[in-house]
Design a protein around this ligand. Structure first.
Ligand code: UT7
Length: 323
């Protein structure tokens, strides 16, 4: 018998206010044409008063628990991926735990920026398989609008706010075709800090700071790192790219999604794309896209779903799940 983490529910939450490219162009020197052509983004959601990383995370977690048919008492682990926590401490996960009424289990945040959800899945899966916990909520939640420099058109048009969540349950099975997380691979290379970072922090400037990015260079690294980690995951389980039913990538730029799919020889019809609706929501983007494709019926039980992301650090990773 082997113990596996099985995905039993997904959920998501978005701020109330949607902002189109045309609306953004009223405040920033940009245009709908430029944003659509260079990124594929048409719309993003921006958190308003009272909407925080914590409230969005709790909304996504509630929806995932409802989809899974799980009561708060049944959750003994919450891992929340975010680069925009509500407070420096305690972890936003502990606030979410109290909101949901899951008090008493394990709750902590993971910081790996856009790859945060992949890191959180890797950590939660290890803890479930080791027996430290039995049922986990894994959340990616961000309010990047609050660390954007709204004077920098090269970055402020690219990001949005939101949250996505999944419920994972540890189950024993002998069947190699049983649902569950099959493999996760994670990487980091701290040499690239200055290509994507925030120019503030508690122990340096004492401020939250603003996001800075050298987009072109990040783009180049993203396509190479993503195709390489996807290959690693497939090798680990002895599968090839054409075995994948759905690729659910980090939604940074439609051109990165196209280039990565092409490198793997995956048809575009197998790639879940939400960057047009949500823009880049950092750690929230993969679970938001996953939830969209589960709820609209594209992702079905028995299918093989590959999640992947790359972001600040650099950090990157991929995870293969049988639904
Ligand atoms: O989530 C973490 C991972 N992040 C990413 O994966 C982001 C990766 N990078 C990218 O997605 C792209 O590099 C960007 C979308 C950020 C930029 O696209 P690009 O094709 O690399 O454009 P660029 O930065 O080289 O800028 C091209 C031109 C420049 O003008 P000049 O110098 O050619 O006259 C910019 O000033 O576009 C100009 N520009 C804009 N124009 C209108 C930059 N931002 C804008 C804008 N509106 N918002």
């Amino acid at each position: 018998m082997s113990r596996r983490s099985v995905l039993i529910g997904t959920g998501s939450a978005l701020p109330v206010r949607a902002v189109s490219n045309a609306q953004l162009a009223e405040q920033v020197d940009t245009s709908d044409e430029w944003i659509v052509e260079r990124t594929g983004i048409r719309n993003r959601y921006i958190a308003g008063e009272g909407e925080t990383t914590g409230t969005l995370a709790a909304g996504a977690a509630r929806a995932a628990m409802e989809a899974a048919g799980v009561e708060p008492k049944g959750i003994d682990l919450i891992v929340l991926a975010t680069a925009t926590p509500d407070q420096t401490f305690p972890a936003t996960a502990t606030w979410v735990q109290n909101e949901l009424g899951c008090n008493g289990g394990i709750a902590f945040d993971v910081a790996a920026v856009c790859s945060g959800f992949l890191y959180a899945v890797g950590v939660a899966d290890s803890m479930l398989r080791s027996g430290m916990a039995n049922r986990a909520i894994v959340i990616g939640a961000e309010t990047f609008s609050r660390i954007l420099d709204w004077e920098d058109r090269g970055t402020c048009v690219l990001f949005g706010d939101g949250a996505g969540a999944i419920v994972l349950e540890a189950r024993d099975s002998d069947d190699p075709q049983a649902p569950g997380i099959l493999a996760t691979k994670l990487h980091a290379d701290g040499a690239h800090n200055q290509l994507l970072y925030v120019d503030g922090g508690v122990s340096t400037t004492g401020t939250a700071g603003k996001l800075r990015m050298k987009g072109k260079e990040v783009f180049r690294h993203a396509v190479n790192n993503l195709s390489s980690v996807l290959g690693e995951v497939l090798d680990e389980v002895g599968l090839v790219a054409t075995d994948i039913d759905w690729l659910v990538p980090h939604q940074a730029n439609a051109r990165i999604l196209d280039a990565t799919a092409k490198k793997l020889n995956l048809p575009a019809s197998k790639v879940v794309i939400t960057v047009d609706r949500h823009a880049n929501t950092s750690a929230a983007s993969v679970p938001l896209a996953l939830d969209a494709a589960v709820r609209d019926g594209r992702i079905k039980p028995g299918q093989l779903v590959m999640l992947e992301a790359m972001g600040g650090g650099f950090t990157w990773g991929a995870s293969l799940i049988r639904i």
